[in-house]
Design a protein around this ligand. Structure first.
Ligand code: ADP
Ligand code: TRP
Length: 321
C-alpha cells in the first residue's frame, strides 16, 4: 500500500505526536511503500520568519531520523524540494469550487486564532490535495482534524477524473479510532496549542519539571482510586513494563498509590525510553551535512515519482502543443 503523510515543521514534538503519528508511521515502514515529508510550503502560511522556518524544518528532520525513520526504507523529503507540487496545485485550483474551500473549518479556526487570512491560508487544502495526488497515495494517516482536508482532496480528484479522464488514485484517510488520545498535563488532549505537553527531546531538568506538573487529585495515599481516571496513570502506562504496571494498578485499586513517587518513576522511565533516540539525535545534530544529504536524496526520489504524475496531468488538461 502506498502510504503518505506530512508534518508541519512548527514547534517541538511531544509524546502525543509520538504515539499518535510518528510511532505508527515508523512501524509501517516494513509493510508499506511509505512517503513522509516535511511540509514547509504549508508552514509558510503561518510562519513568516526565515530563521524559524529553516530551523523548524531541520529539527523535524532530526526528530524523525532520531526516532527511527529509516530513509533507506521510505522516501523522506522536504516538500519545497519538489516544485512540481506547486504546478499541480495551480491545475487543481482551477477546478476547485470556492464553496468547497469556504466550508473548511481549519481556515476559519486559524483566522479566529489570529492568523492572517491570506490567499495561501485559504487555498491550503488545494496544496495538500496536490501533495497527496502527486504521489498517487492510497492511504493517508492523519489526525481527526485533517479529515475534512482529505475529503477535499478526494472531491478534487473525483472532479478531475470526471472532467479529464481517470488520472488520480482516490486517497483513503486512515484515522486510527482505537488509538487513545494521549492526555496532557491537565488531562485534556496533549497539544502544543494548549501548552500542556511533555516534549520528547528536552533536558532532564525540563522533563522532571513537566512530569511534576501533571495534575492529580487530592485523594489521600491510602485510599483506593480508579487508575483509568487518573491522568498520571494514563501517561505512566505508556512507558511502564507490564509487571510494574500491574503492581501500580494494584496500588491504585487497593490504596497505597503515592503520586509523587509514581511521578519520579515516570521521569526515569521517560528518560530511558527516549535515551537511544536522544543519543542518535545528538549524533545527527553534529552532522547536519549528512541530514541535508538525506533530505536532498529523498527529494530526488520523490521528484522522480512526481514528474510522472504531473506529466500525465499536463497532458490530460491540454498543456501540450
Ligand atoms: P498539536 O495538537 O500538538 O498541534 P498536531 O496537530 O501538529 O499536534 O499533530 C500532529 C500529529 O500528531 C497528528 O497526526 C495528530 O493526530 C497527532 N497527535 C497530536 N496530539 C496527539 C495526542 N495528544 N494524542 C495522540 N495523537 C496526537
Ligand atoms: N495539513 C497537515 C497538518 O497540518 C499536514 C499535511 C500537509 C499533510 N500535506 C499533507 C498531511 C499531506 C497528510 C498528507 O497536519
Amino acid at each position: 500500500m502506498k502510504t503518505l503523510s506530512g508534518i508541519q515543521p512548527s514547534g517541538q514534538l511531544h509524546i502525543g505526536n509520538y504515539f499518535g503519528m510518528m510511532q505508527p508511521m515508523i512501524q509501517s515502514m516494513d509493510r508499506d511503500e511509505l512517503y513522509v515529508f516535511i511540509v514547509d510550503l504549508h508552514a509558510l502560511t503561518s510562519v513568516q520568519d526565515r530563521e524559524r522556518l529553516a530551523k523548524g524544518t531541520m529539527n523535524a528532520a532530526l526528530d524523525f531520523l532520531a526516532l527511527g525513520l529509516d530513509p533507506e526504507r521510505c522516501i523522506f523529503w522536504v516538500q519545497s524540494d519538489v516544485p512540481e507540487v506547486t504546478e499541480l496545485t495551480w491545475i487543481l485550483s482551477t477546478l476547485t469550487p470556492m464553496g468547497l474551500l469556504e466550508r473548511c473549518h481549519s481556515y476559519k479556526d486559524k483566522v479566529a486564532k489570529g492568523l492572517s487570512p491570506s490567499h495561501g491560508l485559504f487555498s491550503y487544502p488545494v496544496l495538500m490535495a496536490a501533495d497527496i495526488l502527486l504521489y498517487q497515495a492510497e492511504r493517508v494517516p492523519v489526525g481527526k482534524d485533517q479529515k475534512q482536508h482529505l475529503e477535499v482532496a478526494r472531491d478534487i480528484a473525483i472532479k478531475f477524473n470526471a472532467t479529464f479522464g481517470d488520472t488520480f488514485v482516490l486517497p483513503e484517510p486512515v484515522i486510527n479510532a482505537n488509538l487513545a488520545t494521549v492526555p496532557g498535563l491537565d488531562g485534556q488532549k496533549m497539544s502544543k496549542s494548549y501548552g500542556n505537553t511533555i516534549d520528547i527531546f528536552q533536558t532532564a531538568k525540563e522533563l522532571k519539571k513537566a512530569v511534576m506538573a501533571i495534575q492529580t487529585d487530592s485523594t489521600p495515599v491510602e485510599e483506593p482510586k480508579d487508575p483509568e481516571k487518573c491522568n498520571l496513570f494514563n501517561i505512566f502506562k505508556l512507558f511502564a513494563p507490564a509487571d510494574r504496571l500491574a503492581e501500580v494498578r494494584g496500588r491504585y485499586l487497593n490504596g497505597g498509590a503515592a503520586y509523587g513517587r509514581i511521578k519520579l518513576e515516570l521521569v526515569d522511565l521517560l528518560w530511558e525510553f527516549f535515551a537511544p533516540a536522544r543519543a542518535r539525535r545528538e549524533q545527527l545534530a553534529a552532522d547536519l551535512g549528512y541530514v541535508r544529504e538525506v533530505l536532498r536524496q529523498g527529494g530526488i526520489r520523490a521528484r522522480e515519482k512526481a514528474i510522472v504524475t504531473l506529466d500525465l496531468a499536463r497532458e490530460r488538461v491540454g498543456l501540450r502543443y
